[in-house]
Design a protein around this ligand. Structure first.
Ligand code: TXA
Ligand code: MG
Length: 319
């Protein structure tokens, strides 16, 4: 049978070498991470970074996250402060991104961080991406592998859905373990969460032994993910709707509306971790089924629920 996904590659040693070669040519590939799949290119290459912005149709003012193998390899590009060291020791590699100050002689190309004096850095845990980062002589700029403002991909086929054959190589590492993007924390001033994720403010607060702010105001553009339509299936969405609906998709949490074929279950057991893993999968499914409207039942706003409600709020913006 003809391979209809010629750019999807199951990971093995040969694929690792191929990926390494493509990245060294300043081209881009799609990679798995433990949060969502991303589009990766050298953060030291203007060309690679330009390709990432172009293919995603991403506004130039929305900076990328730079992914490193470990803290030591980030040292040449950014200032490492005590808070970063403390959180790194407890949670990295893992699903958390730090906004820190850029060094003057940093080699990260300016457009990768939208010409800001700060850089967002992350140390992903997924073993495939770690193998690549260990082998490369440069860090990788990796935004989620979706068209700007759309749904993040959680498996190789989702990436194919977004870009078809326009990405040379999509490494298939199975379903992303977490399913939503990393927590983003700004460590340049008063520690502040810019994007909630699976790692909660409470966890960070315990490590740093101080209060952590959560950015609520969307007045100041600190993290572009905060200000407009994002993570969106492109279908009108009504939140906190707990009655049965007709002729529309209903995303539900907890064992509700059984035998009701418009209901899409985030987690029957009302488990927030499971709900995070299912959210984008369900968005894509509903989109494919051509529904014209989505209703979402209430999700408790604590722990991972804070991150889920953040994604739902952004996804419900129409522009
Ligand atoms: O889990 C993740 O973080 C995934 C995987 C692939 O690693 N990546 C990801 O990247 O979600 P992206 O580009 O989709 O989201 C990056 C977020 C955006 O909200 C962006 O505004 C913020 O990080 N960001 C990047 N650099 C920043 C900076 N210097 N200051 C403030 N926010 C920044
Ligand atoms: Mg994204």
């Amino acid at each position: 049978m003809k391979n209809i996904y010629p750019n999807i590659f199951k990971f093995n040693k040969k694929v690792l070498k191929y990926a390494f070669n493509i990245l060294n040519l300043n081209q881009i590939i799609a990679v798995p991470t433990e949060t969502v799949y991303g589009l990766a290119g050298s953060a030291y290459s203007k060309n690679a970074v330009k390709k990432i912005y172009n293919i995603k149709k991403r506004p130039k003012k929305n900076p990328l996250i730079i992914h490193y193998y470990n803290l030591k390899s980030a040292d040449r590009d950014i200032y490492i402060n005590d808070d970063l060291k403390k959180i790194y020791k407890k949670l990295c590699p893992g699903p958390i991104t730090f906004v820190v100050k850029r060094k003057k002689n940093s080699r990260i190309v300016r457009p990768a961080s939208a010409n800001l004096d700060t850089v967002a850095i992350r140390f992903p845990k997924n073993t495939i991406i770690r193998k690549l980062l260990k082998k490369l002589n440069f860090p990788l700029a990796i935004p989620s592998a979706n068209k700007s403002s759309g749904i993040s991909p959680i498996c190789a086929l989702d990436v194919y859905d977004e870009f078809k054959k326009n990405v040379k190589m999509i490494i298939d590492g199975g379903s992303a373990r977490i399913g939503i993007e990393s927590t983003v924390i700004d460590l340049t001033g008063k520690s502040q969460i810019l994007r909630p994720g699976i790692i909660s403010e409470k966890k960070i607060s315990t490590i740093l032994k101080k209060k952590i702010l959560i950015l609520k105001s969307i007045k100041k553009i600190k993290s572009p993910g905060q200000i407009k339509k994002h993570y969106s299936p492109g279908i009108p969405m009504v939140l906190n709707y707990n009655k049965k609906v007709k002729n529309a998709a209903h995303i539900v949490f907890g064992n509700k509306f059984k035998n009701y074929n418009n209901a899409f279950q985030l987690s029957k057991k009302a488990n927030l971790e499971e709900a995070a893993k299912n959210l984008y999968k369900i968005f894509r499914k509903i989109k494919k089924l051509n529904y014209k409207k989505i209703y979402v039942s209430t999700i408790p706003n604590k722990g991972i629920g804070v991150a889920l409600n953040d994604r739902l709020k952004h996804a419900s913006y129409l522009k």
